[in-house]
Structures are given as C-alpha cells and as structure tokens.
Design a protein around this ligand. Structure first.
Ligand SMILES: Cc1cc2nc3c(=O)[nH]c(=O)nc-3n(C[C@H](O)[C@H](O)[C@H](O)COP(=O)(O)OP(=O)(O)OC[C@H]3O[C@@H](n4cnc5c(N)ncnc54)[C@H](O)[C@@H]3O)c2cc1C
Length: 374
C-alpha cells in the first residue's frame, strides 16, 4: 500500500496547479492521472483564452477566480517564460441594434471587475484591427491567450520540484473512508491493482468529478454535482492569414447564455472560430461539418475577408457543466465536504470556463484550504 498526506485525482490544468501550490517540500503530495501524460482531456481542448471576467459576476467564485487568475497568469507566464500574448479583445457591434446594446454590456463588464474596458468607435476599431468591420466595439485590454500545454508543463515541473509525485497511467476506481484517512483503490495500465492511503483527498477529475464524488457516497443528484456534457466545436480558418486579427474578436452576444462565435488566434499565427456549444448525452469529440454555413454567417459580418471554403472542422472540447440544458449558469463548486461527514475531502466540481484562466487562483485557494486542515 502507498501512503500520502495529500492525494489529488486528475492532472488537468486544475489538478496540476493545485499540486504545485499544495506541495511545499514537507507534505507528501501525490497526483494520480489515468492517462499517460497531463492535460489529455478538457485542458487541451479549449480556446486558450486568458479571460478578463466580462461575463462572470464579481461576487461569484468564477468571477473572483477569473479576475485574480487573469493577473496571476500574466505574472506567471512572464516570470517563467510560458508563451502567451496580451492580445486584448473587441466585442464588435455591426448594426444599430447591437451598437445600442454596448453601454449595457460595458456596465456589466465594469460591474464584474473587467479592467480598462471602454467603448470605441469604428475608426478606433480600424486602427486596432484594419480587417475587422464594426460600427463600434467594447475594447477589453486585459484579455489574452496562453499556450496551455506549456502552462501545464510549468505546473508539473513546479509540483515535482517541490517534492510531489505524479503517477500517470493510473486510475482511481473506488474510494473508501476509513478512520482518519481515505483508501483509494487504483489500477494501472499494466493491470496492477493496489491501494493508496491518504489523509487529505482532492477531487480535480474534471468530467469525472461527479463520478468521483459518487465514489465517496455523495448523492450527486441531490447535491447538484452530476456532470452534464456540453460539446464546444471549433472550425479552423485557412488562407488569408495576413488578414487575421491579432486580437480576440467577439460579436455582441446573439442570445442569452451564448457569447457568440468568435475568433481565437493562436500563438502560431493561426486562427480558429468557435466554440459553438451543443449538449450531448455521451462523450463525443466529433465536429459537425454541416455547421460550416452557420459559422460563416455568424462571423462574416465582422470578418468580411472570410471565405466559406476556407473554414474547416477542427477540434471539439466538452464542458463539464453542473447545470442542465436550459438552466441558468452555475458557479464553480470548490468545497471542503466536512458537513457531509467527509472531513479532509476537498471537492472541485463543474470547473468549466474560465477554468484555465482561473487555474493559478484556484491552486492558491485550494492550498489555503489544505493549510487550514493541517
Ligand atoms: C470548448 C471549451 C473552451 C474553453 N475555453 C476556455 C478558455 O478560453 N479559457 C478558460 O479559462 N477556460 C476555458 N475552458 C475551460 C477549461 O478548459 C477548463 O475549465 C479546464 O481545462 C478544466 O481543467 P480540469 O483540470 O478541471 O479538467 P481536465 O482537463 O478534464 O482534467 C481532469 C483530469 O482528471 C483525470 N481523471 C478523471 N477521472 C480520473 C480517475 N478516476 N483517476 C485518475 N484520473 C482521472 C482525467 O483523465 C483528466 O486528465 C474551455 C472549455 C471548453 C470545453
């Protein structure tokens, strides 16, 4: 049997950040991941945007983690050579009706703590992005993009340097609460089955976070922890590379709960459109080619250089949502489950967007919770 003071399940961007913040040289920290390497699921299937907290209420955990994460992310990337770019973002209005909605959007963004946001006119839009057409826009200077793979590699290295052990190819199958500890039944890809005994357990299992909660005997429907899958699909744009905007270009949200099909530049000079989200019953990463027309129509009004034949299906990622289709957006769940009789179990459920941006803040937040347990 293996022993640990703190065991973290899941080496996505959240588990890795938590491991690098919780490890301090004196604790015995173990991070268990079922795949051969880190970030094989949602953490490598997203827009890689450093969000500015335009849409997340400041008093929500999402809003707080996003705002703090935004600042910490630039600091971290700058200090450790992680490729990133503070691109800034434009939310563009292409007609009179959309332009009339900008002041309200600006108020929401300011109320949510987004820094330096302001409305700019068509001329200023052109001065930032000559190939984008808009009557006016909201300029958001603190948005950016980050190389998520290198971010995760940094967290992994940092955790290892502080003495954490990371165990790949190993899946947690069951968890049993014993007196003063948790007993994890794990299997590895060689077919070995063994137990890990840990005093503190942290669930960072992403799309499986509901199932891991269930392993601890939590009624996930009553608790609101059941994970629902919502697939976000991207199309990649080829050709016209010299015309790609350097900034993130978002439309005025076309309907409540949807920020609209937007551009996501990558650090290599390429550009994707999306994501467009659909609810799915099962894990599925296919991208529906018949959406080409919809992606084109949704973006050509502000990206007039686009040609339909230059838009091709790219990747998809799945959001781990605790709300069901049609329900209002819910907050991140990060809690010590002592009131359910699960002392020393810290549970992270439904860490959807802006999870990547929030990762440095979530790492600190969880480390402070662990310190309180010690
Ligand atoms: C389409 C899309 C776009 C997004 N865009 C952005 C964006 O631009 N900016 C932003 O800030 N956020 C964005 N997000 C959100 C962000 O990607 C996620 O919040 C973040 O990646 C979640 O990380 P995680 O570590 O919680 O989950 P994951 O990356 O899914 O990691 C969980 C890990 O747990 C492991 N695991 C699960 N069960 C077990 C088990 N039983 N035993 C061992 N290991 C296990 C899995 O294998 C996995 O590696 C986006 C998400 C999606 C889907």
């Amino acid at each position: 049997m293996e022993q640990a003071d703190v065991t973290i399940i899941g080496a996505g961007v959240i588990g890795l950040s938590v491991a690098s913040c919780v490890a301090n040289g004196s604790r015995n920290v173990a991070l268990i991941e079922r795949h051969a390497s880190f970030g094989q699921e949602t953490s490598s299937r997203n827009s890689e945007v450093i969000h500015a907290s335009i849409y997340y209420p400041q008093n929500s955990l999402k809003g707080r983690c996003c705002l703090e994460g935004n600042e910490l992310m630039y600091e971290l990337c700058g200090n450790h050579g992680i490729p990133h770019r503070r691109t800034g973002k434009l939310i563009v209005a292409v007609n009179e009706e959309e332009e009339a909605r900008l002041p309200q959007l600006l108020e929401t963004a300011r109320g949510n703590g987004a820094k330096g946001v302001r409305i700019i006119n068509a001329e200023e839009v052109k001065s930032h992005e000559p190939n984008v057409t808009a009557r006016a826009a909201i300029l958001c200077p603190t948005s950016g993009i980050v190389d998520s793979h290198n971010l995760m590699r940094y967290y992994e290295r940092s955790a290892l340097e502080k003495g954490a052990s990371i165990v790949y190819h190993t899946e947690v199958q069951a968890v049993e609460k014993t007196s003063g500890a948790y007993l994890l039944r794990v299997t590895d890809t060689a077919g070995r089955e063994y137990d890990v005994r840990t005093r503190v357990l942290i669930n960072c299992a992403g799309l499986e976070s509901g199932n891991v909660s269930a392993m601890l005997g939590i009624d996930i429907d009553a608790a609101g922890y059941r994970i629902n899958y919502c697939k976000g699909m991207y199309f990649r744009v080829s050709g016209s590379i010299s015309r790609f905007p350097a900034m993130l270009i978002y439309p005025v949200p076309p309907w409540p709960g949807f920020v609209g099909i937007h551009t996501t530049p990558d650090l290599g000079g390429g550009m994707r459109l999306g994501p467009y989200d659909v609810w799915v019953d099962q894990m599925d990463y296919t991208v529906d080619e018949s959406l080409r027309e919809f992606f084109y129509r949704s973006t050509v009004s502000f990206l007039p250089f686009l040609k339909k034949e230059h838009i091709n299906p790219d990747i998809a990622g799945v959001h781990p949502k605790v709300q069901k289709e049609g329900e209002p957006i819910k907050d991140f769940i990060i809690r010590h489950e002592a009131d359910r009789g699960l002392e020393n179990f810290i549970n992270l459920v439904g860490i959807e967007s802006p999870g990547l941006t929030s990762s440095p803040a979530i790492g600190r937040y969880v480390a402070a919770m662990v310190d309180e347990l010690s």
